[in-house]
Design a protein around this ligand. Structure first.
Ligand code: ATP
Ligand code: MG
Length: 204
């Protein structure tokens, strides 16, 4: 019999350390015997990756940005996330809808009501089984990104006050999520966080 697949998402401001930890989580889940799909947002599909390229590099109206995020998400759910879960596979995604609330509502200041409409349209009644929120001071995350040395994208070029708003929106959403969102102190050393992440994703 096919077991029930689980949907786990990683969230947090740019430079919090999501991508550094997600591979370890995926490896851990595979060792436990789960088939795992590792994906990301925006992206995860051919169309989604093209939209990601636009979203990260092309200047655009803020509402265009918001709707392209959900357009990419619709495709991602339809062609990758939901079929994998239906096959009993686990899906681990670097960002999902919590990021849209944090960045477009918290960071950009757009009206939350519009996003509730889009969220209901694109995935009414569907949420991750577990979300790990990497919480960190924006100044520390900025130092990490500067140290990484890669060219910053449209979001990474934002200032500390933008990320302070994004962080606050993430934490507020965690408070409203009834236990779905687990906050991880992302200022800890990589190895310490890895242990916490592996313990958290071990859902039974
Ligand atoms: N716990 C940690 N302590 C110190 N440095 C870290 C830690 N975790 C990650 N880093 C470093 O910080 C930088 C950013 O990490 P990473 O790319 O994983 O962040 P991210 O949350 O995926 O960012 P983005 O949202 O921009 O993709 C990398 O250079 C990484 O090596
Ligand atoms: Mg990343």
């Amino acid at each position: 019999m096919v077991g029930r697949g689980r949907f786990i998402t990683f969230e947090g401001i740019d430079g919090a350390g999501k991508s550094s930890q997600i591979e370890a989580a995926v490896t851990h889940l595979r060792r436990l015997g789960h088939p795992v799909v590792h994906t990301r947002e925006p992206g995860g599909t051919a169309i989604g990756e093209r939209l990601r390229d636009l979203l990260l590099h092309q200047p655009m109206h803020l509402e265009t940005e918001a709707m392209l995020m959900f357009a990419a998400r619709r495709e991602h759910l339809e062609t990758l996330i939901l079929p994998a879960l239906a096959r009993g596979e686990w899906v681990v995604s670097d960002r999902f809808t919590d990021a849209t609330y944090a960045y477009q509502v918290g960071g950009r200041g757009l009206d939350r009501c519009r996003f509730e409409v889009l969220e209901r349209w694109v995935h009414a009644g569907f949420q991750p089984d577990l979300t790990l929120l990497f919480d960190i001071e924006p100044a520390i995350a900025a130092e990490r990104l500067a140290g990484a040395g890669s060219a910053p994208d449209r979001f990474e070029r934002e200032q500390v006050d933008f990320f302070a708003r994004v962080r606050k929106a993430y934490l507020e959403r965690a408070g409203e999520a009834g236990g779905r969102i687990r906050v991880i102190d992302a200022s800890a050393p990589v190895a310490v966080i890895r242990e916490r992440v592996m313990a958290a994703v071990d859902l039974r």
